[in-house]
Design a protein around this ligand. Structure first.
Ligand code: SAM
Length: 216
């Protein structure tokens, strides 16, 4: 039986599963629209867009040409497009990096699979949306290890997230200040391929018990 060794953030960021050069970082805007089930070319003109785990940034550059104000964040700086007046490109890890503004659209296309603290990522993003701002990301709940995934999904739903288990998408509309009652324990980069067929990271949590609350 395999012994699970949980990695902290520095080890995870250097893991070959996360920082490899073979993964597809080159999706265009039409591909993003298909992946997320959104008409991005219709949504983006005049809008602000934050793309987390943005890869090479092609979709962002196309959106900027349509009149969007775009920010891309990625752990590695393999950007294939230049920054510009409406194009900000940031090399940083999420969670960790924080924006100085809110966005009409926040996305992560096949990025959360490699993130350590996925629940903090989701909670952070909820605070970065404008009043009617939308969030959509590729997400497989099987990549979260905790006592009960059913209870986790119920908690996420109670906080305004929508999870589509068939399309492996998580989304929400509108901002919220969210604290999820889960303690992050670390990430397993040896869990093997996920539904995409690529090796992915499983994030481990335990339910946070508030000792000051007799009902918890
Ligand atoms: C499969 S690629 C997808 C890139 C892009 N969204 C696309 O669809 O073309 C996943 C990206 O997530 C980035 N990534 C992984 N972990 C990250 C983290 N903790 N913070 C920011 N970016 C991360 C990787 O560097 C990689 O560029």
């Amino acid at each position: 039986m395999r012994t699970t060794r949980l990695l902290g953030s520095a080890e995870l960021d250097a893991s070959p599963v996360v920082a490899n050069i073979a993964m597809n970082r080159g999706r265009r805007l039409a591909s993003y629209s298909r992946e997320l089930g959104l008409n991005l070319a219709g949504l983006l003109p005049g809008a602000s867009w934050l793309d987390l785990c943005c890869g090479e940034g092609h979709a962002l550059a196309e959106a900027a040409m349509l009149g969007a104000d775009v920010t891309g964040v990625d752990l590695v700086g393999h950007f294939a497009v230049p920054p510009g007046k409406n194009v900000e490109l940031v090399v940083a890890a999420v969670p960790g990096w924080r924006p100085a503004r809110k966005f009409d659209l926040v996305t992560a296309v096949h990025g959360l699979h490699y993130v350590g603290d996925k629940l903090k990522f989701l909670a952070d993003v909820a605070g970065w949306l404008t009043d009617h701002g939308r969030f959509a990301a590729s997400f497989d709940v099987a990549s979260v290890h905790t006592e009960s995934r059913r209870k986790l999904l119920a908690t996420l739903r109670s906080q305004g997230f929508v999870y589509d288990s068939r399309k492996k998408l998580i989304s929400r509309t509108g901002p919220a200040a969210i604290e999820l009652p889960y303690e992050y324990l670390g990430a397993d980069d040896k869990a093997g391929p996920n539904y995409t067929g690529q090796p992915a990271v499983v994030s481990h949590y335990r339910v946070y018990v508030d000792c000051t609350n007799p009902d918890s």
